[in-house]
Design a protein around this ligand. Structure first.
Ligand SMILES: *Cc1c(COP(=O)(O)O)cnc(C)c1O
Length: 408
């Protein structure tokens, strides 16, 4: 299972386009920086020493491979297909984001860049990057909106304890979108010394490709494990879609397997009105946001819309450009589930399997719960559990949604 063995279509073209999506919509000064990253990345993946080091970090620092776990009680409860969970919640730092943060740290090292910057919303990508930077002894600055810093005070402390400087962003809504803009501004000013670790399969080329490739370890392991366990490929893959990195990581190694359906689940929030959800494919339209052309939630005049989700990791106005293409060509499907449905799934999986999923991952579980009756017992589904839900417990308690009163 060589790390970069599967190079499946559709890859981006030389300009980083996934069909009509993707590309590099950046200030002129960043073009040579992105070109350097492309060159260094291409050389890195062709270098066995790079792959060996990355694989060793994944095995010994992250704890890979993560299990592909048969959810026996959930399967029995739903009386539909056989449900397996890919356990990214068991990764070091509690989610898939560390896979990408470590890979990009190795790229920074190859480029001789000693300073790391990143943006974070909920703090998960910030913590993963701060962790990886500590491991590599690199200076690290994380941009975070002031509102998010207040909401995620524990993650701010975690980053600071790892030696990272968390810089408050006070512009606009003071959340993720403004933090990304601030990180890009820093990068433009300091690109000769600084690498920008982008946290999802988003932004200008080559980031959507690089993040996808680093996260594809999820799908490669899942494919290997299901063939070993069941002797055949799954019928369906289900994953939540924020920027789209855990989902593209699961989907990508299966893209050439025509029999495998793929379902990406977006945040349906609390309603259909613009501003009440983060379902880019069900309310958005093509546009450019933060370096890439993709589906964006926007008003009639093209102003970026506000978004809402109970899960901070899914709460963003744009989706990764490769997903926009996969949807357009009919290779993957996308649907939404509501805050309420995700909260139900959060409790149910905990009760039935003793696994507390992240609220993001709960969206994928909730979709499966809703649609299990449409499938039969001979079918096999892999649901990606992108992260663990301890981080969400305070929020769920505050909403009074722990499910403690329901009957056993
Ligand atoms: C950040 C995050 C997500 C959403 O990001 P993707 O890039 O879409 O994967 C999903 N799950 C968890 C646990 C996260 O931390």
């Amino acid at each position: 299972m060589n790390t970069f063995e599967t190079k499946n279509t559709p890859s981006p073209d030389a300009g980083g386009h996934f069909g009509p999506y993707g590309g590099k919509f950046v200030p002129e000064t960043l073009i040579p920086v992105l070109s350097e990253l492309e060159r260094v990345y291409a050389a890195a993946v062709a270098d066995p020493a790079f792959t060996k080091r990355y694989d060793s970090l994944l095995a010994n620092f992250v704890g890979r491979p993560t299990p592909l776990y048969f959810a026996e009680r959930l399967t029995k409860h739903l009386d539909g297909p056989k449900i397996y969970l890919k356990r990214e919640d068991l990764c070091h730092t509690g989610a898939h984001k560390i896979n990408n943060a470590l890979g990009q740290m190795l790229l920074a090292e190859r480029m001789g860049k000693k300073r790391i910057i990143a943006e974070t919303g909920a703090g998960q990508h910030g913590v993963a990057t701060a962790t990886a930077a500590a491991r590599f002894g690199l200076e690290c600055v994380v941009y975070m909106g002031e509102v998010d810093m207040a909401r995620q005070a524990v993650n701010v402390k975690r980053m600071e304890m790892l030696g990272t400087e968390v810089r408050p962003v006070t512009a606009g809504q003071r959340t993720l979108k403004e933090a990304v803009s601030e990180a890009i501004r820093d990068w433009v000013a300091n690109s000769s010394t600084t690498h920008y670790v982008l946290g999802s399969a988003l932004g200008p080329h080559p980031f959507p490709m690089i993040v996808r490739d680093f996260q594809s370890v999820i799908g490669r392991e899942a494919r290997y494990a299901i063939l070993a366990e069941e002797g055949r490929l799954p019928d369906l893959l289900v994953a939540c879609v924020g920027g789209g990195s855990n989902s593209i990581g699961l989907f990508h190694p299966f893209l050439n397997d025509a029999s495998v359906r793929m379902m990406g689940v977006e945040a349906g929030g609390r309603g259909n009105a613009l501003g009440e959800h983060a379902a880019r494919f069900d309310g958005g339209r093509p546009g450019v946001l933060q370096g890439t052309r993709t589906y964006v939630l926007q008003d009639d005049s093209g102003q970026i819309a506000l978004t809402h989700s109970v899960s901070a990791g899914l709460d963003y106005a744009a989706v990764g450009p490769e997903h926009a293409l996969l949807r357009e060509i009919g290779r993957a499907e996308y649907d939404r589930v509501s805050d309420d449905e995700a909260l139900e799934a959060y409790s149910l999986l905990n009760r039935l399997e003793g696994i507390l999923p992240a609220l993001e991952s709960s969206h994928a579980v909730a979709w499966m719960i809703k649609h299990a009756a449409e499938m039969d017992g001979n079918e096999i589904v892999i649901v990606n559990l992108s992260g663990r839900g301890d981080k969400d417990l305070d929020q769920v308690l505050a909403l009074g949604r722990t499910g403690l009163c329901s009957k056993r």
